[in-house]
Design a protein around this ligand. Sequence first.
Ligand code: SFD
Ligand code: AMP
Length: 623
Amino acid sequence: MADFETQEITTDVLILGGGMAACGAAVEAAYWAKKNGLQVTLVDKAAMDRSGAVAMGLSAINQYVGLKDGQNTVKDYVDYVKNDLMGIARDDLVASIARHVDSTVHLFEKWGLPIWKDEEGAYVHEGRWQLMINGESYKVIVAEAAKNAIGTDNIYERVFITEPLVVDGRCVGAVGFSVRENKFFVFKAKAVMTALGGAVHVFKPRSAGEGLGRAWYPPWNSGSSTYFTLKAGAEMTCQEVRFIPVRFKDAYGPVGAWFLLFKSRATNAQGEAYMETRRDELEKWKPYGLVKPIPANLRNWLMMLDVMEGKGPIYMRTEEAIQKIAKSEGDEKAAKKKLKELEAEAWEDFLDMTISQAILWAATNTAPEEKPSEIAAAEPYFIGSHSGASGAWVSGPADIAPEEYQWGYTNMSTIKGLFCAGDASGASSHKFSSGSHAEGRIAGKSAVRFAVENSDIPEVDAAKIEEMKKEILAPLDKFAENKKDSSDPDINPAYMKPKMFMFRLQKIMDEYAGGVTAQFSTSKAQLEKGLELLTFLKEDSEHLAAEDHHELMRCWENVHRMWQAEAHVRTILAREETRWPGYYYRSDTPEMKEDWEAFVNCVWHPDNAEWEMKKVPIKRLFE
Ligand code: SFD
Ligand code: AMP
């Protein structure tokens, strides 16, 4: 076995991940832990300053409710989320985040995040719920507060969390390895919170070799939240609810500022606006087709119908939008000044969060005030905190959650001691960066309470840990033992490198589970075939090989992705309808059905390795 020293760390509250939810959890847990004399430890596979989805920065805070100013109510936000997800949302979780999110945004501002203000000092809104920010350093600011709260001695960076530690149905820690040194880590804790983000590269991206790694979602989030919670035996929800963002084509620049702030239209190559010409289609998806704003998946769908009829490319009419706003300024001088201002804002929107889109504009001589830009539906991602909903099924807040949705500690999964937030918790979409941080705070506080009330840590069998270590390091051994048998280290009859493994996973998902190549369409027969191929892939995962620490991480990232893929395929299969046509379309069950207005949950049982699918009724908080 590869020679890795084992380092054991025992703590009270263990936070896994260093993204938005984890940073929120760190700040809040530190406060309550101090009062109770407890220790909080955080583990991130990367460097917290730039880890997770917010690494490049963001140009907007997408969830701000404005409760104090009476701008909106909690119910308004719950309605918005429920409608956008075609009825599939946990009102209790969404409400709980909505009632706390403003305070998180105020903390961000206090910590130094520049939020745009108008002349009267009020926040500048991008849309009803979104605030404009100068957010290139957003993550650095949020991470700094988290580090200050728990202290850098309690933070482990560049440690890849691989597996949960579970004893008698209680999660008591996690194991992982350093991506730089020969170290295997065993973390033991009274309470564990997972916030390991969502997943990308489960599906084949639009980019081929030329831009491999370029995707909307950051390539380093690889389904670890789903894997960790599934493997612990936790019940999962909404695993079918992937997110397909429409983005500026090829560099994935955001569209929100264009649609909401600049009030831009999108048109097909003939200049027709699909949101108007295809309006009748929305009737088919009522009641949700008729709500405002039109749900994200239906906006996608209307565009896809144009594409399928050969009416593409689809364009964001940036030139039209900019000229229209500038002209509305009145005289020519004011219009010119406004034009300059808008140009700067347009570039900054990309420079703050998707620099590659600004580079692509420069490379293709695109001046947004003169020329429209192509937009397209991206490949599917798993990001329950955005417009998707996949994640663990967690206990709701005691004061508002229906009885069926609560079993003790808020944000605890169905596994005792295992808490989830951000992309790791499901059925509470549209929390985005701010709501994920707020949910992290809620879960962090709850985890401290659990640690106080459950102060023992059941012993983990040392032999079991040794077995896990052997299995986790096996790809290094596989490579070392067999490399001499071929001249090219990437090609060998005895093993498979993680990149090849990932390509195989992506091909299966793309072709059978409704990826870009299949125009987001799938069916029972396709899914069953895909599942069969996934079974072979799972068998072959034993032959993964790693040349170094970095590839060892790539091996496990892809195993995590494979489990995310399986949960997804099984759940689409279980839901016998099409509910989100612009996310995926089941060609054999093409309509939305009233009796499927329910959650589809799944559990992988660790004792017998069997999957269980469940249809769970939706309990509304507000009618
Ligand atoms: O508009 C391991 N999001 C946006 N939110 C906004 O509020 N405004 C925007 O402008 C947003 N835009 C946006 C957004 C996301 C993306 C990808 C893009 C653009 C391109 C959404 C938010 O970013 C998102 O909701 C939150 O970040 C979710 O928070 P969280 O904590 O659930 O996930 P994370 O921040 O990605 O952090 C994950 C952490 O886990 C670590 N990690 N650590 C150890 N072991 C492992 N095995 C691990 N696997 C992962 C990561 O390193 C990271 O620390 S807009 O354009 O859509
Ligand atoms: P995006 O850049 O697409 O992630 O959008 C940022 C925010 O604006 C998210 O909250 C989206 O749901 C929302 N949004 C984007 N486009 C539209 C639209 N056309 N109508 C309503 N909301 C939108």
